[in-house]
Design a protein around this ligand. Structure first.
Ligand SMILES: Cc1cc2nc3c(=O)[nH]c(=O)nc-3n(C[C@H](O)[C@H](O)[C@H](O)COP(=O)(O)O)c2cc1C
Length: 391
């Protein structure tokens, strides 16, 4: 079963991920991972660091001659800014100015209590969202696997601050999941806010500019859709195996994400059952039944039901403010403005890319758990056999 772990500090030498359980025989190249890393670095509202970094992956293990071996895949992304932090972040002896004024909304004060650090750099270096690059790299491997299986993941920005967007157009279901994926991927090169609604996008950009000028920050909502996932992933038999819970946990674990919605979970809570549940109608002769709507977001009883899996995640405004909020100096107890570190004004588009990655990892885990994960040919055979049974 696919699983992964990450390591690394924001201004350390590099960040790392190790992804296990990827079947042998998958075509995997560094360029494909780099393309996902570049998407994470795009997005209107990002801070100065994105100009410095330009992430590139080094595949350290688990791949030979562009094919996965079935062994753990080690990925390393160097932090280009490390040259400026050698002394401050040295694993050996070194000196650096201490960070002592915790930022409200960041991990600084909670991390001080947890690990006893008085220099809050020891907290923020790992709590920083830099780690999401390692998750996007691992997620890229999962996405490449899912594409081989006909499962395509797309995402968009549904709101920034109070500006709402209409989301993906309804007629997109006329195209195949692959066509839809390719279209949205190419569109985001010209629309780095990743919002499908151009009028809303313009208002979002204006709002980000206003907040930047005022030293303030913004959050928003992202949507992720997984198309082509077979029915039967996850399980209701044990609470921890429910796919809705696993996806929600993965999304909620992204720094700054404070709410997760599956399908129309929030608006559905205020509606009647007859308006919410998706009627089941017979399929064409001999084929499996259909749904006339998908308010459930493709998950019932914690199991995929064959419809698109639809999720949303709400991100709070960035905690590092240009005009810092009141805080204290931990070493003296004196009231002072919070620490300021170079930061994004709005990271919602980037959080959407991270959300796609963690969803891909969770679905790759569920697919390999269901159909086996040693060899790609066996996995494909298992999946095709199941699709045949459903016809
Ligand atoms: C892609 C991305 C970029 C982020 N950039 C920043 C940033 O520049 N400054 C900041 O204070 N928080 C940023 N955050 C959010 C913080 O990492 C997060 O709020 C912090 O780690 C505390 O965790 P919590 O909000 O989940 O409680 C970013 C989050 C993501 C997903």
């Amino acid at each position: 079963m696919v699983r992964y772990t990450t390591a690394g500090e924001s201004h350390g030498r590099a960040i790392l991920s190790i992804i296990e359980g990827v079947p042998a025989g998958l075509n995997l190249q560094a360029d494909d991972i780099d393309a996902e890393l570049a998407r994470r670095q795009l997005g209107y509202g990002r801070g100065g660091r994105m100009q410095i970094e330009r992430d590139e992956v080094n595949i350290i293990s688990g791949v030979r001659h562009c094919r996965t071996l079935g062994s753990p895949i080690g990925l390393m992304i160097r932090n280009r800014d490390w040259v400026n932090w050698r002394e401050a972040m040295s694993p050996g002896p070194g000196m650096a100015e201490q960070v002592v004024r915790p930022r409200p909304g960041h991990a600084d004060l909670a991390g001080h209590y947890k690990y006893g650090h008085t220099d809050l750099r020891n907290v923020l270096e790992r709590a920083s969202a830099r780690d999401t690059a390692a998750r996007v790299a691992a997620g890229a491997v999962a996405m490449i696997l899912l594409r081989e299986l006909g499962i395509w993941i797309v995402g968009c920005v549904r709101s920034v601050g109070s500006v709402q967007s209409s989301g993906f157009p309804d007629d997109w279901l006329d195209s195949t999941p692959e066509e839809m994926h390719d279209y949205w991927r190419s569109r985001e090169r010209e629309h780095p806010l990743r919002c499908p609604d151009e009028a809303a996008e313009k208002r979002m950009i204006d709002l980000i500019d206003t907040c930047r000028a005022e030293g303030d920050t913004l959050g928003g909502v992202v949507e992720v859709v997984a198309a082509g996932a077979p029915p039967g992933l996850g399980s209701y038999a044990q609470w921890s195996d429910r796919l809705d819970g696993r996806l929600a946990r993965a999304l909620m674990s992204i720094p700054g994400i404070k709410a997760v919605e599956i399908g129309d979970g929030i608006s559905g809570a205020a509606a009647r059952g007859s308006q919410v549940h998706d009627p089941i109608v017979p399929g064409e002769a001999g084929s499996s039944p259909h749904r006339t709507s998908n308010n459930a977001g493709g998950l019932e009883g914690g199991v995929s039901n064959g419809c698109e899996i639809r999720m949303r995640a709400g991100m709070k405004p960035i905690a590092t403010l240009g005009k810092p909020l009141p805080s204290i100096d931990l070493s003296t107890g004196e009231s002072l403005p919070a620490h300021h570190e170079r930061a994004d004004v709005c990271a919602v588009p980037a959080a959407g890319v991270v959300a796609e990655a963690v969803v891909a990892l969770e679905l790759a885990a569920a697919v390999t758990e269901r159909f086996g994960g040693d060899r790609l040919d066996h996995l494909l055979r298992g999946l095709r056999g199941w699709e045949e049974e459903l016809r």
